[in-house]
Write a protein that binds this ligand. Structure first.
Ligand code: SF4
Length: 235
């Protein structure tokens, strides 16, 4: 079934490339690609359309070495320079002083507080001044993402457009695209990891487990979101 995004002013064929071309033509340089450094598919596609495309990543302070290696390789292959954002050091200091180094294990709320300080707040700053941003969100990553549109208004700020060009892609499609274009990817994806975040909150999954099962695996409510891709993540 064709997805209708005419309410956003988009009437193209809905392919990832066409959506990105439309968004970049309309919003560059007030649009940026958020890269979680698992693969380079969306950043590559965007950089071929607009070589000056802006790409940003958030360093939570607890990333895995393989993630930094992916960032290095992505910059070399795509010829882009990642705009890095870090948490505010005062907030991280307060987080550790009040709850210790592993406060996020105490409760779902404590974990969300940590994600708020280390990930959401820096992302909110990255989005400041933008009119649109691009994510690599895919519907097959988690049940909570099944209904997501390729274009949607972001709950973080009125009038901010979120573009999810590969929302309807499968894992295999992203891998095939990467192979075809010789793109770097996070080497942990070759070792059973299917969703990669902070070192202390990420593990490989077992066969048959949900793709997001390796994130915050000690939580039993199945939500598995840092808050960035929920409908309203304003903080
Ligand atoms: S993934 Fe874990 S360490 Fe990283 S911000 Fe969230 S709770 Fe904190």
């Amino acid at each position: 079934m064709t997805e209708d995004y005419s309410a956003f002013g988009y009437t193209g064929d809905g392919t990832a490339e066409d959506l990105l071309a439309w968004a970049l033509d309309r919003y560059h340089p007030r649009i940026a690609v958020a890269c979680s450094l698992q693969h380079a598919v969306v950043a590559h596609m965007a950089s071929r359309i607009q070589p000056q495309v802006r790409v940003f990543s958030v360093d939570t302070g607890r990333l895995l070495e393989e993630t930094y290696e992916c960032a290095r390789d992505l910059e070399q292959v795509l010829g882009v320079r990642i705009e890095w954002y870090f948490p505010r050091h005062e907030a991280v200091e307060q987080l550790l002083r009040s709850g210790g180094t592993h406060s996020f294990r105490a409760s779902v709320q404590a974990r969300q507080d940590c994600c708020g300080v280390r990930k959401l707040e820096p992302t909110r700053r990255a989005l400041t001044g933008l009119e649109a941003w691009v994510s690599g969100l895919r519907r097959d990553q988690a049940a909570s993402r099944h209904g997501r549109g390729k274009l949607e208004w972001d709950g973080a700020r009125e009038g901010l457009l979120k573009v999810n060009p590969i929302a309807d892609w499968s894992t295999e499609q992203t891998r095939e695209y990467g192979r075809r274009h010789g793109l770097p990817h996070n080497r942990l994806l070759d070792r059973g990891y299917t969703s990669i975040g902070c070192a202390c909150c990420t593990r490989a999954i077992e066969p048959g487990e949900d793709a997001r099962a390796g994130r915050w695996w000690w939580e039993l409510d199945g939500h598995k979101e840092c808050g960035l891709h929920v409908a309203d993540w304003s903080i």
